[in-house]
Structures are given as C-alpha cells and as structure tokens.
Design a binder for this molecule. Structure first.
Ligand code: CA
Length: 295
C-alpha cells in the first residue's frame, strides 16, 4: 500500500469518526495538522491502519440484464415466513411470484405488497446464493435503490456457508446494507457472531448528507480478508471491524465461505410495523451484484 493510500485511509477514518459537516469544515485544518505532526507520529490518535486491498478478479456478477425470473444458476428463493418471521418477527410472506420479484430493464425488482396472502398481510421476496455461490474473503458489492416508508427493511447481507450445521449466530452474519425505510438517509453495516448478535451486533451507522438512499442508487460494499471487514458506501470507507472489536476476539467466525442474501422485509424488530403513512407497493431496485477475489 502506498503512502498516499495510507494517508487517504487515515483521513477517512478521522473524517468518519466525526460529524461529516464538522468534518468538512475541519478537513483542511486536519490535513495541515497531519502534515506538520505526521512525521513525528503525533498527528493521529489511531495507531492502527486501515487494511486496503485490491480484490480485482471478478468471481461472480449478476447485472440483471435478462428479463424474467432471477438467474437460477446464481439464486434460490426463501419462501414463506419460516413460522417465526425469519427470527425477527417480520410480517411478510416471501414468494417467487413475478409480482414480488422480477428482472426487468436491467434491474432486479423486489416489490413489497400489502395483501392478504396465506395468513400474512404483506408479500415480498428474498433470494440467496447458498450452495450456488459461496466465497471466503473478497469484495462484495451491489448498486441498490432502497424503498421508503415506516416498516420497510431492505437488506444486502451474507451468512456463513455452514448455516445449516452451525446454528445462527455461530455461523456468522455480515450485513453489508440494512436501512430502515423511515430513515432513508441512515445506513447500517454490522457483523453478528457468537456473543455479539441481534442487539449486541458489532455495528456502525453512516449518515448520508444531502442525499437519500431511496431517491437514487448507491453502491454498498465490503472488502473482507483475514481479520477484517471494511465497509464502504459509494467511494467512502466508513468502518473497519476486526477481531479486537468483539467481546472475545476468539469468536471471530469470518474465516470460512459465506453466501449472499438480498431481501426486502416488511416489519420486524429492526424497523417496527408499517403504519397508515406507509405507501404500498414499495420497490427495492438492484442494478447489479458483484464479487471479487484477490488476483
Ligand atoms: Ca443492471
């Protein structure tokens, strides 16, 4: 890693640890401070460096350029409610119907509808690459426009490939993007594992300034390697999670292949139920999903 990149990462970390507006005002002061004090090792409280790698070999990409059902070579569906709202008291019934999930005009379109369906009051969709595309480490990214409104819960995330054998959260979970529909400027990136799951997940929020996640597309990504997961939105590195961030560093469960999940939940513990102001249907548009590994 060259010195410019190291410096950029340090700047990002400083910037992201503070309110972004303040940060913009402070940016040049901080820059000067780093230039003056940097050589003395006094310019920054962060002794750790961001690990920046180049995962530049494409291993999987779905550009969603063939209309119809999602590509069955890559994706499977989760159907129904699993009886427990997928462990989160979610309210929707997931289907594989075109009206809930379809590829059209270059996008994957997941539509949450308000309708009475097999005992649920809402329908939506969830697809996953389990047993079809699983990878350990790399860059995983998707370009997404999220839905809007109280009770909408779009997510782009990953589970450990051993999720059938090792019960959650032991299998590990990496949430690349979670957004509450009622807070369309706030992104959450998290990891869950043994001793740090649900309300105790290791998480960080990122506040978008002068923009919203539901009015335009944004790129959500991670770069994941041995002992780190770096979180990106667009070109901003906003967090790094390492074993030392866990209650017990020995409970790092991210050294095995993971698979990708994309879904739009309605209701559930994270967002609460829709209310009378929530407009249906709501759509989540995915322009592409790509994965890379180190060349
Ligand atoms: Ca596309």
């Amino acid at each position: 890693m060259n010195e410019i990149n190291k410096f950029k990462m340090k700047m990002e970390k400083i910037c992201l640890s503070k309110d972004r507006q303040v940060l913009i005002r402070l940016r040049w002061k901080t820059l000067l401070l780093l230039i003056v004090l940097g050589p003395l090792g006094l310019g920054c409280n962060y002794s750790d460096e961001q690990t920046v790698t180049n995962f530049n070999e494409l291993t999987m990409s779905d550009e969603f350029d063939t209309d119809g059902a999602p590509n069955s070579a890559i994706w499977d569906y989760d159907i129904g409610t699993r009886g427990d709202g997928w462990g989160n008291n979610e309210l929707q019934y997931y289907t594989d119907r075109n009206e809930n999930i379809v590829v059209q005009n270059g996008y994957l379109i997941i539509t949450a509808k308000q309708e009475s369906f097999k005992g649920s009051s809402y329908t939506s969709a969830r697809i996953l690459t389990k047993d079809k595309f699983e990878q350990q480490y790399g860059r995983f990214e998707a370009r997404i426009r999220t839905p809007y409104g109280q009770g909408m819960w779009p997510a782009f995330w990953m589970l450990g490939a051993n999720s059938d054998e090792v019960i959650w959260p032991g299998c590990g979970e990496i949430d690349i993007m979670e957004i509450r529909g009622q807070e369309p400027t706030i992104l959450f990136g998290s990891v869950h594992g043994p001793g740090y799951s649900a309300g105790q997940a290791i998480t960080k929020r990122y506040d978008l300034v002068n923009d919203r996640f539901d009015t335009d597309f944004h790129i959500f990504g991670i770069e994941w390697g041995p002992n780190y997961v770096n979180y990106y939105v667009d070109d901003v590195l906003y967090n790094q999670i390492k074993p030392s961030d866990l209650p017990d560093p020995d409970n790092w469960v991210f050294d095995q292949p993971f698979y990708i999940i994309i879904n739009l939940a309605v209701g559930g513990n994270f967002v609460g139920s829709p209310n009378e102001e929530t407009v249906f249907p709501q759509t989540m548009l995915v322009d592409y999903v790509r994965a890379y590994k180190f060349k």
